[in-house]
Every structure is written in C-alpha cells, then in structure tokens.
Design a binder for this molecule. Structure first.
Ligand code: C2E
Ligand code: MG
Ligand code: MG
Ligand code: MG
Length: 282
C-alpha cells in the first residue's frame, strides 16, 4: 500500500518537476532564439510630477512576446538571462533600443528629458560596462544627461567596486537611480556614499501607506531623508488617487504607477511638446 502511494507521489512529484524544468529549458533555449528573431520589445512607463502631472521621464521595461507562451513577464526571464549570461547581450540591446527611442522622441520635440533603464547585476559587473554605455550614447546621439541607469541595492552591495564605477558614470553626465529602495539589505549609511540622482521608493511601501500611521511615517521619513541628501524621489506603484494625495502632502516629487499609466508600447506613448496633463486627456 505504502509502495503504491509512494510511487504515485513520486510520479506526481516528477511530473510537476518536469513541467518546471521543461518550461525553464524552453525559456532558456528560447532566450537565445528570441534575441535573433527579435521577440523582445520595450514598453515605457511615464514618471510623473506629483504636483503638476507633467511627464518627466520614462522607464523602459522589457517584454518578451514568446511565440508559444505569449507575453512572458520579465520576473520570469530576467533571472534566467542572468544565470545564462544572456543578460549581457540582451541588456545591451535594451539600452540601445531605449536610447534610440528617446533620441527619436527628442528629435520630434518631446519635452521629456529622461529615459530610465534597468541594469542587471551581471551587466554592471562587466569590465567594459561604462564603455558599452558611452558607445551607445554616441551612436544614438542621446545626450548623457537624458539617460538614467536604474541600479538596485543588491547590485551596488559591493561598495569597493560599485562606488568608483558609479562616480565614473556620473562623471560622464549619466544619471543614476537607486531602484526598489527599502527592499534590499544595504544600510542607510551607504546612502551618503552613493553618487545617485534619484531614489525610487519600492511599491511595497506604497501598498501599505494607507494601513496606518507607522507605514505613513516610514514613507514620509524616506522622502525627507532622500531630499535632505539632495536626491530626486520617485514613488513606485501608485494605483489610487488617495495614495497620490498622500504623496503630495509629503512633498514627494514624482511617481510612477497604473494610476497615471501602465507601461505602454512606444506607439502608444504620446509625445509631449509642452502640453500640460489636462490637455493630454482631452
Ligand atoms: P522595476 O524596475 O521595479 O519595475 C517596476 C515594475 O512595476 C514593472 O513591472 C511595472 O510594470 C510595475 N508597475 C508599475 N506601476 C505599477 C502599479 O501601479 N501597480 C503594479 N502592480 N505594478 C506596477 P515589470 O515590467 O513586470 O518588471 C518587473 C521587474 O523586472 C522590474 O522591476 C525590473 O526589476 C525587471 N525588469 C524589467 N525590465 C527590465 C530590463 O529591461 N532590464 C532589466 N535588467 N530588468 C528589467
Ligand atoms: Mg526599475
Ligand atoms: Mg522598482
Ligand atoms: Mg520592483
């Protein structure tokens, strides 16, 4: 009896595992093929001024239109691309495409002056990382001040490597933001050493901002601290008007979130040429 059960469980377990493993293998081999057959594309999410509703920047977010699986979210393939090293060529393509698009919008007369691009750990560790970025800026003609690299706390953990590299990036005029702030392990004391322009408060804080006075106090403190350190502050994942109202009370500069707009394909991005938000919706 126990043998049957055991076998049954074992079969069940392996079939689950096989699903997992085969999906992983499918994604892994698909990544390489996907790059060649141009299955990747970028979506752009506006970063908006809390007070005026003006679009200040865009965050480029990669999407994978898999021929069989449909849209695969980045949370599923970015870690795989990291493991396999494919994030290096993929990340270069993402940067190239985001800079090309921003330069094109600038040509069209867009008043938006910032394109934020997520950088992964392995990419940041490449010895020629900064050279790669500056070459892309040169070939696309995008001014360095228009580019903001989004780094997470985990990427910059190794201070001996990251702080000098961040300084070299800044010396070229390229901007840096610290993404998902508050979810990593880095100590607050590191913040004073980071030559960053922007601090992005993670969505988890925004999800709980209306839960109580403590949650609200934490967000307020992060905003004030960041501003005292001279950083631009962006709140991530704003979905409701009430959250936005709280942010404006706390004098947070910018936000990103479904409340204003989800990430959109380039064709759906309206190029702002000095119009205000009110005119945008009319
Ligand atoms: P992230 O950099 O923190 O990006 C913000 C994520 O929050 C995006 O998810 C965005 O679609 C989502 N988001 C924005 N506003 C809202 C909101 O109001 N509500 C909710 N529920 N979500 C919102 P996405 O595009 O799925 O990307 C997830 C993560 O994958 C990113 O987090 C980033 O870590 C990574 N990623 C995305 N694109 C790239 C890329 O081009 N390169 C690298 N290295 N990583 C990327
Ligand atoms: Mg980001
Ligand atoms: Mg983030
Ligand atoms: Mg995040």
């Amino acid at each position: 009896k126990s043998k049957n059960n055991g076998a049954g469980q074992y079969r069940f377990f392996t079939s689950d595992m096989n699903d997992e493993v085969s999906k992983k293998l499918m994604l892994e081999s698909g990544l390489r093929k996907g790059m060649i057959s141009e299955e990747f594309l970028l979506y752009y999410q506006p970063q908006v001024d809390v007070l005026t509703g003006e679009v200040k920047g865009y965050e480029a977010l990669v999407r994978w239109e898999h021929p069989e699986l449909g849209m695969v979210p980045p949370a599923e393939f970015i870690p795989l691309a990291e493991e396999t090293g494919l994030i290096v060529p993929l990340g270069r393509w993402i940067l190239q495409e985001a800079c090309r698009q921003m330069a094109a919008w600038k040509e069209e007369g867009s008043t938006v002056t910032r394109m934020s691009v997520n950088i992964s750990t392995l990419q940041f560790q490449q010895p020629d990382f900064l050279k790669m970025v500056t070459e892309i800026l040169e070939t696309t003609g995008l001014p360095p001040e228009y580019l903001e690299l989004e780094l997470t706390e985990s990427i910059v953990q190794d201070l001996e490597h990251s702080v000098p590299l961040m300084k070299s990036i800044r010396a070229k005029g390229i901007r840096i933001s610290l993404d998902d702030f508050g979810t990593g392990y880095s100590s607050l004391s590191y913040l004073k050493d980071f030559p960053i322009n922007t601090l992005k408060i993670d969505k988890t804080f925004m999800d709980s901002i209306e839960d109580g006075q403590r949650e609200e106090a934490i967000v307020e403190s992060i905003i004030h601290m960041a501003q005292r350190l001279g950083f631009n502050v962006i709140a991530e994942g704003i979905e409701k008007c009430s959250q936005l109202r709280l942010l404006s009370e706390k004098a947070c500069q910018e936000y990103q979130g479904y409340y204003f707009s989800p990430p959109l394909p380039a064709e759906a991005i309206r190029v702002y040429k000095g119009q205000k938000d009110e005119e945008r919706t009319s």
